[in-house]
Design a binder for this molecule. Structure first.
Ligand code: FCA
Length: 335
């Protein structure tokens, strides 16, 4: 598939060229190679997003299109990135937006330039707070992956012989971002299902989706709840769970008193699993950022070159990665 598509276009171009003259043939062949797209991410320094952009670039090299990697950490930066792409002749972009409510503004700018847009990871919301169905999206199946987190925690609590009545949960939340809410809701549901006590779940609302915002949100919760000896920690991603784990260490909890389970399976988790001694970061549900980067770029490429609009929503699945199996899972997911 990956090789046949550019070929098909070239053949179509040749057919068109033969029917007319030699001129259009050259022009067509050139424009095939000139497809350029942007890949804009909200957190360019995070391993998840670095990997997505690299995977998209690698696919471009295989298929013969160019990916311009850009950072969009706020609305202004995203709009400038779109202007920049337009001046470079890009025909569209993949984006993980810094704020999902920027969807309408981003689409306005893209439409001015006739650019095609697909979202990855975080889906645009319209002014009513509903997903923008007309913008094709690829992202995690948030609730199901959240359930995997909750089940992994429950199983490890069981392995350690913890009494569920005496365990507290640090739930690091970000309710501004729908995929984040789905993930923590899924984890909560699975935990409750396993017999976890609802009253023992304490919220730490974070301002962002990174380690430092999670650390700041988590610290006061540990201080207020010094009565618990055993803690579980979950959030929308592993970067945030790591913030919670670092806060637990600062508060004075030992690794065997903490079970943190994240989501992503990126460099942040690999670094943690590579430490000589285990920490409270027990595991993470790994999803292939390589696949997210490749697939979203490929969807956009097909749309630009073949006029095939990608489907409205593609949901991806995950696999639990721990200190024991992380290298195997990493390989399996092509990370
Ligand atoms: C969100 C999170 C990222 C990653 C991605 C799939 O954008 O912030 O860490 O989990 O979804």
């Amino acid at each position: 598939m990956s090789l046949t598509i550019p070929m098909t276009r070239t053949l179509l171009g040749m057919a068109a060229g033969l029917a007319l003259s030699a001129g259009p043939l050259t022009a067509q062949a050139q424009s095939d190679e000139d497809v350029k797209m942007g890949f804009i991410v909200k957190k360019p320094e995070q391993a998840w997003f670095i990997n997505e952009q690299e995977a998209a670039t690698a696919l471009g090299e295989e298929k013969g299109f160019e990916v311009v990697r850009l950072s969009g950490e706020d609305g202004q930066e995203v709009l400038s990135a779109i202007d920049n792409l337009n001046s470079q002749g890009a025909e569209g972009f993949v984006i993980c937006p810094p704020d999902v409510r920027l969807g309408p503004a981003i689409m306005n700018r893209a439409k001015q330039y006739g650019m095609k847009v697909v979202t990855v990871d975080d889906r645009f919301l319209n002014s009513d707070g509903e997903p923008m169905e007309d913008v094709p999206h690829l992202g995690m199946s948030g609730y199901k992956i959240g359930e995997q987190v909750g089940n992994a925690i429950a199983e490890e609590m069981d392995n350690r012989g913890w009494d569920p009545d005496e365990v507290a949960a640090l739930r690091i939340t970000n309710y501004e971002l729908p995929t984040a809410k789905e993930r923590t809701d899924g984890a909560t549901a699975a935990l409750l299902e396993s017999g976890f006590k609802k009253d023992n779940i304490f919220d730490a609302p974070q301002q962002n989706t990174d380690t430092s915002s999670a650390f700041s949100a988590a610290s006061p919760v540990f201080s207020k709840r010094g009565d618990f000896e055993h803690w579980v920690i979950y959030a929308l991603n592993e970067e945030s769970v790591l913030g919670g784990v670092r806060a637990s260490e600062q508060y004075g909890l030992d690794p065997d008193q903490v079970i943190g389970v994240g989501i992503n399976g990126s460099g942040a988790a690999f670094a943690e699993f590579s430490r000589e001694t285990p920490t409270g970061f027990y595991g993470t549900v790994a999803v292939s950022s390589t696949m997210h980067g490749r697939q979203s770029a490929d969807n956009l490429y097909q749309w630009i070159t073949e006029g095939e609009k990608p489907k409205a929503n593609t949901e991806t699945a995950g696999k639990l990665m721990t200190r024991e199996n992380w290298e195997d899972v990493r390989e399996e997911l092509g990370l």
